[in-house]
Design a binder for this molecule. Structure first.
Ligand SMILES: Nc1ncnc2c1ncn2[C@@H]1O[C@H](COP(=O)(O)OP(=O)(O)OP(=O)(O)O)[C@@H](O)[C@H]1O
Ligand SMILES: Nc1ccn([C@H]2C[C@H](O)[C@@H](COP(=O)(O)O)O2)c(=O)n1
Length: 233
């Protein structure tokens, strides 16, 4: 049984594997509700990039945890209509942050218990009024165990690879569908099989398979769940 921490604001915890649509859904929910947004994967991605930049061995837990605890990151709002820029140690890493290569670096540092513990408080600090929509792998099982709404969003690996292919292709990247599917499966395996905070649904999570569902359909179903669960809070 996981420890229940008290929350200073309601949290909607959305977990699931890579490409299931968590980021898209969380952004829409946060915008709709006027709540804060936590992209916990971005924190792990930044730690993975920092470890790579500093030439850390991926089993050097102490060195990587130190980077995680002292993560020098700045989010710089762009001009209207322009995306936020992310600066890691003063360097603009926005272009590389969301790549599959960075996702794999993140997945590697995420197996290290000291790294997870270094990022825990930073993630919990995001739970501020009026509320938080939290996107990750362990939002419902570890970080926000008392969240009144927990969703575990999935889709088949094939559909997630198709989505990622379209996403990267539309940005003009040179992509290979079979390679993407392989990377997604490898990341699923590492994220689900790690000892600490593995990717899995919380016991009290609502599970939603988004295969064959459009973005709006997923949003409507989750919003109905949110409205049902948050009544009376
Ligand atoms: N229900 C859906 N139907 C079709 N495409 C979708 C759906 N949900 C999301 N997408 C698209 O799939 C791609 C991946 O979505 P998104 O980045 O939200 O996934 P994610 O779960 O946050 O992935 P990651 O964990 O790797 O960050 C995006 O291009 C997004 O527009
Ligand atoms: N709460 C989290 C969030 C992310 N991770 C790790 C595992 C993922 O493969 C990687 C990148 O996440 P993404 O940006 O694709 O959501 O980071 C985790 O372990 N726990």
């Amino acid at each position: 049984m996981s420890e229940k921490i008290s929350l200073s604001a309601p949290v909607i915890a959305i977990d699931g594997p890579s490409g299931s649509g968590k980021g898209t859904l969380c952004q829409k929910l946060a915008q709709h509700l006027g709540w804060h947004l936590l992209d916990s994967g971005a924190l792990y991605r930044l730690v993975g990039m920092a470890a790579d930049k500093h030439g850390c061995a991926f089993d050097d837990e102490a060195a990587i945890a130190k980077l995680a605890a002292n993560l020098d990151v700045e989010f710089v709002a762009g001009e209207p209509g322009e995306p936020t820029r992310v600066l890691l140690e003063g360097e603009d890493v926005s272009g590389d942050l969301r790549t599959e290569t960075t996702g794999m670096l993140a997945s590697k540092v995420a197996v290290l218990p000291a790294v997870r513990s270094a990022l825990l408080g930073r993630q919990r600090d995001f739970a501020q009024a009026p509320g938080l929509v939290a996107d990750g792998r362990d939002m419902g099982t570890v970080v926000f165990t008392s969240a009144p709404v927990k969703i575990f969003l999935t889709a088949s690996a094939e559909e997630r690879a198709d989505r990622r292919y379209l996403q990267l292709k539309s940005k003009g990247d040179d992509v290979n569908l079979a390679a993407l599917l392989g990377e997604i499966r490898a990341r699923d395996k590492r994220d689900s099989e790690r000892e600490l905070a593995p990717l899995k649904p919380a016991e009290d999570a609502v599970q939603l398979d988004s295969s064959g569902l459009g973005i709006d359909e997923v949003f409507d179903r989750v919003l109905a769940e949110v409205n049902a669960r948050l009544i009376g809070l």
